[in-house]
Design a protein around this ligand. Structure first.
Ligand code: F0G
Length: 450
């Protein structure tokens, strides 16, 4: 019999202690942080599932590469290694380093968009939407209808609705759409993948109307693995071959290396367009840095160059996708409502279904996140009414899994904590807002129990 147990494909050389708190301490800490987990000191968190961004563990190869980082202002060989690694996977002509994904977004939209334009995407991530809107353009989300139904399973729930894209182009006119974006995987839609077939159809529509297609590529390796395991014809392709095939359908990308770059900081912008690249580099110099470092240290470029390759290793991706699904499967088997199927980097609990007695105006997602912290010191994040205001379509609690950081027993612990909270869900009360900032209020909001 072949061995069935899937293990973490690494051993641990350096450990970072985590600190237990008592329930009484956590009660006090919740009051002190006004029931907003962003305001908690990280040292008082036992298992931190706030985000998978910049929170991954680097490998021995990455740490070794950092030591040969060259910190020259211009023409660093570290940039050359970074550029080669990026081009080997993404295949685009120009590679522009940035300090993280949103810096690449700001430069891209500043150069390509103007007031009155419309940018279609399967679903914009918040910083992407904010950067589109900042230049006066409109961010249009065009996911397939299944994406809006948490309980409906679909193998490629991140897909774009191609008919809706065609309708939008017909309605507003090609001249007002400077680019189309495809986010892989679709984070705001539950970490769900986009199929190659869908990317091909979106690309064909873009080519027909002569509109450039850009990828928001943050979790491209996870997306490639989903294609390998779910899409017919890709079983025998490597994740790298799949990634290359997908990127060849587009004209460029934005990337946060804090996700599938397996680095703690960094990002980049790619394009095949010479004239755009020149304008983008000019803007880069203004705020990020010279084009051979773009706001990063040479050692960061080295860590990303190695990390991009490691993120595409099949053993790693198998462990990654399977362990996220394991968390989702074990809680949903006991009735906990989650966005189905489990995403690549996170599990999203449907807080409205978990706490049907707490109306959206009483922030069920924030209340549930606070309970998970109280019960077991777990930090998660609300994606719902606090984040998006009254027009939020769902109230979700995202449990994002940092890469290579937690083991199976950590995940088992998280499952146990969630199930304890599930048992006493009827007692959980909603919250009221006592302070809010004028924009992006979820980061600093203060709440109190109703
Ligand atoms: N695009 C997507 C799909 C993202 O998920 C993120 C970040 C960004 C762009 C921006 O990248 O943070 O490097 O500037 N997502 C993180 C998260 C913050 O928690 O989901 P960044």
């Amino acid at each position: 019999m072949p061995i069935k147990t899937i293990i973490e494909p690494f051993k641990i050389k350096s450990v970072e202690p985590i600190r237990w708190t008592t329930r009484a301490e956590r009660e006090r800490l919740l009051v002190q942080s006004h029931y907003n987990l962003f305001l908690l000191p990280a040292e008082d968190v036992l298992i931190d599932l706030l985000t998978d961004s910049g929170t991954g563990a680097m490998s021995t190869r990455q740490w070794a590469a950092m030591m040969i980082g060259d910190e020259s202002y211009a023409g660093s060989p570290s940039f050359e290694r970074f550029r080669q690694s990026v081009q080997g996977i993404f295949g685009y002509k120009h590679v522009i380093p940035t300090h993280q994904g949103r810096a690449a977004e700001r430069i891209l939209f500043s150069v390509m968009c103007k007031k009155g334009d419309v940018v279609p995407n399967n679903t914009h991530f918040d910083t992407t939407r904010a950067n589109v809107e900042f230049v006066g353009a409109e961010a249009a989300d065009l996911p397939i209808p299944e994406a809006r139904q948490p309980a409906t399973a679909h193998p490629f729930k991140g897909n774009m609705d191609v008919a809706a894209l065609e309708q939008l182009i017909a309605r507003v006119g090609r001249e007002r759409i400077p680019l189309v974006m495809l986010t892989i995987t679709n984070n705001s839609g539950g970490g769900q993948p986009v199929s190659m077939e869908n990317a091909r159809a979106v690309s064909a529509a873009c080519r027909k109307h002569k509109i450039p297609l850009y990828f928001d590529a943050c979790r491209f390796a996870e997306n490639s693995y989903f294609i390998k395991t779910r899409e017919k014809g890709y079983e025998h392709h490597t994740p790298k071959q799949i990634a290359r095939e997908m990127f060849a359908l587009g004209d460029g990308c934005t990337m946060s290396a804090k996700k599938d770059g397996l680095a703690n900081i960094g990002g980049f912008l790619c394009t095949n367009d010479d004239a755009l690249a020149q304008q983008e580099k000019n803007l880069l110099i203004l705020t990020e840095g010279y084009p051979t470092y773009g706001g990063l240290a040479g050692r960061d470029l080295e860590a990303i160059a190695v990390g991009l390759e490691e993120a595409l290793e099949e053993d790693y991706l198998k462990y990654r996708i399977v362990s996220t699904a394991y968390l989702g499967r074990h809680i949903s088997a006991e009735g906990v409502p989650i966005v189905q199927p489990p995403g690549g980097h996170a599990i999203y609990i449907d807080a409205r279904a978990f706490l049907p007695h707490v109306p959206p105006a009483a922030f069920p997602g924030v209340a549930l996140a606070a309970e998970l912290y109280l019960e077991g010191g777990i930090r998660s994040v609300e994606i719902g009414t606090l984040m998006f205001g009254a027009h939020a379509e769902m109230d979700l609690v995202r449990l994002a899994i940092p890469r290579r950081v937690y083991t199976q027993s950590h995940v088992d612990y998280v499952i146990e904590v969630i199930l304890e909270v599930w048992k006493r869900r009827a007692e959980i009360r909603g919250l009221k807002l006592v302070y809010e900032a004028p924009f992006l209020r979820h980061f600093t909001a203060r709440l109190a129990p109703l």
